[in-house]
Design a binder for this molecule. Sequence first.
Ligand SMILES: Nc1nc2c(ncn2[C@@H]2O[C@H](COP(=O)(O)OP(=O)(O)OP(=O)(O)O)[C@@H](O)[C@H]2O)c(=O)[nH]1
Length: 167
Amino acid sequence: MKTLLIDGIKVRIQIWDTAGQERYQTITKQYYRRAQGIFLVYDITSERSFQHIMKWASDVDEYAPEKVQKILVGNKSDEVDKRQVATEQGVKLAQAYGMDFFETSAFTNRNITETFTRLAEQVLAANKKDLDLLRMSLNDELNLAALEEEEGLCDGGSTDQGKGCWC
Ligand SMILES: Nc1nc2c(ncn2[C@@H]2O[C@H](COP(=O)(O)OP(=O)(O)OP(=O)(O)O)[C@@H](O)[C@H]2O)c(=O)[nH]1
């Protein structure tokens, strides 16, 4: 669980880290169904993990909801000497899939918050209509509560017009 502040809204994100190994894939696919955002992560020190992204992406297309938001992530950017996948390769693949792309390091924390924030922003944008409705009903509730409080004050019998009560 991670909390981020986006556009003045406190967003709580539940994160599932699915297993990369083939033998867990039946379970992994079940996670896709309820996902709103997905990171497709490879390891920049492993060409093989980069090649696997195509497979992950096709699984996501098959099992995740249509409006799921995706970001391509090349992790372990701190491992400069072991790099096998050039940044440009990541950029190109992300462009081909129409995704944003970040290189991150879980070791140094580079781009971690940025990556999560970006995905959360995309998820919020994709669900903007629902969010606007939620905001509107929240505002209605707040206005109602304020009105009730005001009426309560008036019921209290204050005749002091200086306090803004005109009933
Ligand atoms: N140098 C460095 N090492 C990392 C980074 N992220 C993860 N590691 C290391 O890489 C190894 C594998 O990390 P995991 O988090 O188990 O990777 P995973 O992709 O979840 O592995 P699966 O369980 O097979 O899905 C561990 O030894 C981590 O410490 C990073 O950004 N930089």
